[in-house]
Design a protein around this ligand. Structure first.
Ligand code: NAD
Ligand code: UDP
Length: 312
């Protein structure tokens, strides 16, 4: 089996490449390194079954040879990243998805879209199930990411319905773990970087907004099961353990001998107030649920970040 993974040098893409290589696949990662880093896949380059090609998938994608699965993970994912790159984000969600679907169709390969809980926007219901259509501000700053992903889902379903491409869509909820960039601006790397640098943790707003954090190995297991399933409708994968951002900052500071203080900063525009996955569909269809608790996942992630911090 041979897979093409777009965004393969990113946080999630590189863990997915690891998993596929571990399952005996040949893997070609396509990445333009706008937010990914070579270091995430350096260990794989020694493996003859793995190849990495530097390419912008918003441009035409040319891949020689047979392909069995195209997995489209390329896209900035941190709000700080996609606010810095609004047009490349729109392009990779729209044109990149179209190109990746075109590649899958040309090769008669299956297609897998990494979508997001951001499709639900600032949700009016909680937990969010896959039937919910979402509450997105199309012209707000986050719209560049949310609407690109919503378009990507629509395009994927159209290729499935009209071109009969065998597709899957995962809606990923906040995921964390080793290989996140310490400076990517998301809550967890920010808090950890601040704690390691002896700075206060910056909680945005009053910290009552919630997120639900999934450890990366759980997510990859859910993704692999969805790849192998026959489900074409979107499936939420995430950890339903919901926590306020203030609670999350407190959980992280407890890991430090000299716990840093917490300071409050303005809440970014359209920041979702609640986010918690309903994982009923994943449980039913994939027999999947997360196994790694927050403290266990944080411990593993902190060990990684401490190491990165020491080296820099
Ligand atoms: P990441 O920024 O670490 O990885 C994204 C990768 O895509 C990077 O390596 C980047 O260089 C690459 N990329 C971006 N634009 C590209 C282009 N035009 N051509 C080629 N490569 C390009 O982010 P991540 O957290 O690993 O996210 C991966 C995917 O999962 C994204 O599609 C994201 O929307 C989705 N997702 C992630 C989360 C999460 O919590 N991490 C949540 C929801 C959805
Ligand atoms: N956040 C925070 N302090 C930070 C970074 C983020 O309080 O230093 C908050 C942010 O406002 C949001 C939550 O943490 O409510 C998660 O933000 P993140 O950027 O990790 O991802 P999002 O879930 O918003 O896409």
């Amino acid at each position: 089996m041979r897979a093409v993974v777009t965004g393969g040098a990113g946080f999630l893409g590189s863990h997915l490449c690891d998993r596929l290589i571990g399952e005996g696949w040949d893997v070609l990662a396509l990445d333009n390194l706008v937010t990914g880093v070579d270091g995430n896949i350096a260990h794989l380059l020694k493996n003859a079954k793995f190849q990495m090609l530097r390419a912008d998938v918003s441009q035409y994608i040319d891949v020689p040879g047979p392909v069995d699965y195209v997995l489209h993970f390329a896209s900035p994912a941190s709000p700080v990243d996609y606010l810095k790159m609004p047009i490349p984000t729109l392009k990779v969600g729209a044109l990149g998805t179209h190109n990746a679907l075109g590649l899958a169709r040309a090769k008669n390969a299956k297609f897998f879209l990494a979508s997001t809980s951001e499709c639900y926007g600032d949700p009016e219901i909680s937990p969010q199930n896959e039937e919910y259509w979402g509450h997105v501000n199309p012209i707000g700053p986050r719209g560049v990411y949310d609407e690109a992903k919503r378009f990507a889902e629509a395009m994927t379903m159209a290729y499935h319905r009209y071109h009969k491409v065998d597709t899957r869509i995962v809606r990923i909820f906040n995921t964390y773990g080793p290989r996140m960039r310490l400076n990517d601006g998301r809550a967890l790397p920010n808090f950890v970087f601040q704690a390691l640098s002896g700075m206060p943790l910056t909680v945005y707003g009053d910290g009552k907004q919630t997120r639900s954090f999934c450890y990366v190995t759980d997510l990859i297991e859910g993704i692999y099961r969805l790849m192998m399933s026959e489900e074409h409708l979107p499936v939420n994968i995430g950890n339903p353990q919901e926590i306020t951002l203030l609670g999350f900052a407190e959980r992280i500071r407890k890991f430090f001998d000299d716990p840093p203080p917490i300071v409050f900063k303005p809440l970014p525009q359209d920041d979702p107030k609640r986010r918690c996955p309903d994982i009923g569909r994943a449980k039913r269809i994939l027999k999947w649920e997360p196994r790694v608790g927050l403290d266990e996942g944080l411990k593993l992630t902190l060990a990684y970040f401490q190491d990165v911090f020491k080296k820099n």
